[in-house]
Design a protein around this ligand. Structure first.
Ligand SMILES: Cc1cc2nc3c(=O)[nH]c(=O)nc-3n(C[C@H](O)[C@H](O)[C@H](O)COP(=O)(O)O)c2cc1C
Length: 201
């Protein structure tokens, strides 16, 4: 028999984790790189069928963030200025500020198998990896927003990373920082087990 592992309350971790849309300022509360490494370490141990390990990660630095901020702001301003009276420039500026306030950004890509069955399973594996990442982040007082917004579809993002969209699909932008207390508590609800479980004889 192995010695019992020290108990951490996993259920409490799963239930308390929330998607974060606001972060503490990175000037006052910088994110130490080793905490991100811990998250990546958790991510790479996610289950994956046939050990395809389909996940790839990009941690953005100052230069790449500047390029991505422009892509983000352009996409957002184009969409918002269509159905609003405020001008494109105004939305662009606001979006730029919003993006710049995100302390750390990691993009996640899935290596695309040519086999559609493997591709589907690989997406599931990547989702497991992202959830491992998010839970490890939460356990270190960090919050994450998993975004699947338009920057992930934009060809300029693929050029920035130097990847071919036929071979790798971007499936998540992880926005990371120390948690602001307002971590979208309205989402802290789920259907009860009785509603989602069917017990068969
Ligand atoms: C596949 C996937 C895609 C998501 N995409 C977005 C997104 O584009 N923007 C966003 O704000 N949240 C996104 N989320 C986060 C969900 O909106 C969030 O998990 C949900 O509201 C439940 O909140 P909770 O994470 O706090 O429990 C995504 C989550 C998943 C699993």
């Amino acid at each position: 028999m192995h010695d019992p592992l020290p108990q951490i309350d996993l259920l409490e971790l799963f239930q308390s984790r929330r998607t974060c849309y606001r972060f503490a300022s990175s000037k006052d509360f910088p994110v130490a790189f080793h905490t991100l490494e811990n998250c990546l370490e958790a991510a790479r141990w996610a289950p994956n069928h046939k050990l395809t390990q389909p996940w790839r990660f990009w941690h953005l630095g100052t230069k790449s963030r500047t390029v991505l901020a422009d892509i983000y702001a352009e996409n957002r301003a184009s969409k918002k200025s269509l159905d609003d009276s405020e001008s494109y420039d105004c939305f662009y500026q606001k979006a730029l500020e919003k993006f710049s306030a995100i302390p750390e950004i990691i993009l996640v890509g899935q290596v695309l198998s040519e086999n559609p069955v493997v591709q589907k399973e690989d997406y599931a594996a990547c989702a497991c990896a992202i959830q491992n990442f998010q839970l490890m982040a939460w356990n270190q007082s960090l919050g994450v927003q998993w975004s699947t917004g338009p920057i992930l579809k934009d060809p300029r993002t693929y050029r920035l990373l130097g990847i071919d969209s036929d071979r790798i699909e971007l499936i998540g932008a992880l926005y990371i920082g120390h948690r602001d207390p307002d971590c979208s508590q309205p989402n802290a609800k789920r259907k009860p087990i009785e509603e989602i479980l069917t017990r068969l004889d």
